[in-house]
Design a protein around this ligand. Structure first.
Ligand SMILES: Nc1ncnc2c1ncn2[C@@H]1O[C@H](COP(=O)(O)OP(=O)(O)O)[C@@H](O)[C@H]1O
Ligand SMILES: [Mg+2]
Length: 225
């Protein structure tokens, strides 16, 4: 199993007046190459669960094994290293830095991995070609269209060739056409054997043919679909 969560609880601000239990007793297994939609209303714990799977933090209690590593046994520094090799993140707002170029944005996750500039350039060129944005490589984020921005975010998530791709409400700021385009790219990634988890309450995502399984979450608890 690529992702194994057993009785996970995540409490923010534990033992403080502003304590929040964001995940309660969550168990979830995801196999390699599976494409899962995590569906739930705002505040239900989607981003928290995605961050946990993305090795941003360990659970407060419970067992989380991501790509063979038990998160609660990893010191912070190793959690970060594991994340850099294992996870590709696509954020809701895409989080593209406005003051550097498209290609520099895409290459960012490779910097802490100590990959040579020549290799970085080759890898980003390949991805930009594949996603149809190579002609935009020297542009800044505010000089490209929304659809192109989305492709930059996808290329950046793929640059370290991670087995797991996590997308947090990727279509929330996209129109219908771009949302379908996004799901077409997800379908393409399926053929490359990526394991993908997408949080969304958009039916265009949860009902798309590329989704293998929908997992519902509310109030920090999972419900079998
Ligand atoms: N960093 C944080 N500190 C404290 N509470 C948080 C934090 N992030 C999220 N929460 C709380 O945890 C719950 C789940 O949030 P979140 O995972 O962001 O849900 P969703 O992504 O489904 O909207 C909410 O009550 C939210 O307010
Ligand atoms: Mg969220």
């Amino acid at each position: 199993m690529l992702i194994e969560l057993k009785n996970i609880t995540k409490i923010y601000n534990k033992e403080k007046p502003n304590q929040v239990t964001a995940l309660s007793n969550v168990s979830l297994d995801v196999c390699a190459k599976e494409i899962v939609c995590l569906r739930g209303p705002s505040g239900s714990g989607k981003s928290t669960l995605l961050s946990l799977i993305g090795c941003i933090f360990p659970p407060t209690s419970g067992k989380a094994a991501i790509a063979g590593k038990q998160l609660s046994r990893l010191p912070d520094r190793f959690l970060t290293i594991h994340r850099r090799h294992t996870i590709g993140f696509i954020f809701q707002q895409f989080n593209i830095l406005p003051e550097i170029s498209v290609s520099e944005n895409i290459e960012l996750p490779l910097l802490p991995l100590g990959i040579t500039p020549a290799k970085r350039k080759k890898r980003s060129a390949e991805l930009m070609e594949k996603l149809g944005i190579f002609h935009r490589r020297k542009f800044l984020a505010n000089q490209i269209s929304g659809g192109e921005l989305q492709r930059v975010a996808i290329a950046r998530a793929l640059i370290n060739n991670p087995p797991i791709i996590l997308a947090d409400e990727p279509t929330a700021h996209l129109d219908t056409r771009l949302s379908y385009e996004f799901m077409d790219i997800i379908e393409q990634l399926r053929t490359e054997g990526k394991t993908i988890i997408i949080t969304s309450h958009d039916p265009l995502v949860s009902e798309h043919t590329s989704i293998d399984r929908v997992v519902d979450i509310s109030d920090g608890r999972l419900h079998a679909a």
